[in-house]
Design a binder for this molecule. Structure first.
Ligand SMILES: NC(=O)N[C@H]1NC(=O)NC1=O
Length: 173
């Protein structure tokens, strides 16, 4: 997909295509649509991320709360977004045994109780062992630092999702 194509999208198409670059936060794509034209895809990414950075802490925490737990109930129920499903499967989180699933659920619950939002990690850059390690390590972080780390992970996920959207279209062209 080239940038002319992106810049020519009407609002509805733009939100359809980019609405889940940030998990379950189509408002972010909706907000940056009016900032067209973008000079290139990095520019689009910059606008998406600048929107996140400009939010008050409550809004940033809201973005984190839109993320499903890793290996959580939504994975069991099959109600994840297509992107999240693919990412969690890629990290091996669909094939945990019962003990591993329980351990992760306990850590996820501890994390949520401490910080007030779910543990977020770019699963595609990780694997099941690293997810558990990271979660245990980040539980000890000071809250302000942890908010920054988690938003950094949201951006990594968004970066990879954007690259997928573009790559898929280039392959078709
Ligand atoms: N909780 C969490 O990190 N979820 C996200 N991570 C990821 O790679 N995809 C997600 O949905």
């Amino acid at each position: 997909m080239d940038i002319e194509k992106v810049n020519s999208m009407d609002f509805g198409e733009f939100v359809d295509v980019f609405g889940n670059v940030i998990e379950r936060c189509p408002l972010i794509a909706a907000a940056v649509w009016s900032q067209r034209p973008f000079s290139d895809l990095e520019d689009l990414e910059k606008h998406l991320f600048a929107f996140i950075d400009a939010l008050p802490q409550s809004g940033q925490e809201g973005i984190l709360r839109c993320h499903p737990d890793l290996a959580g109930r939504e994975l069991q129920r099959g109600t994840l977004s297509a992107e999240s499903q693919r990412e969690q499967r890629g990290a091996g989180l669909t094939s945990l045994d019962a003990d591993e699933r329980l351990r992760l659920a306990e850590f996820n619950a501890q994390y949520r109780a401490r910080f007030g939002f779910p543990f977020v990690l770019a699963a595609r850059l990780s694997d099941r062992a690293a997810v558990q390690r990271e979660l245990a390590a980040r539980l000890d972080c000071p809250p302000a630092q942890e908010l920054r780390t988690a938003l950094g992970e949201v951006k990594k996920i968004g970066h990879l999702r954007l690259a997928d959207l573009l790559g898929a279209d280039q392959a078709r062209a």
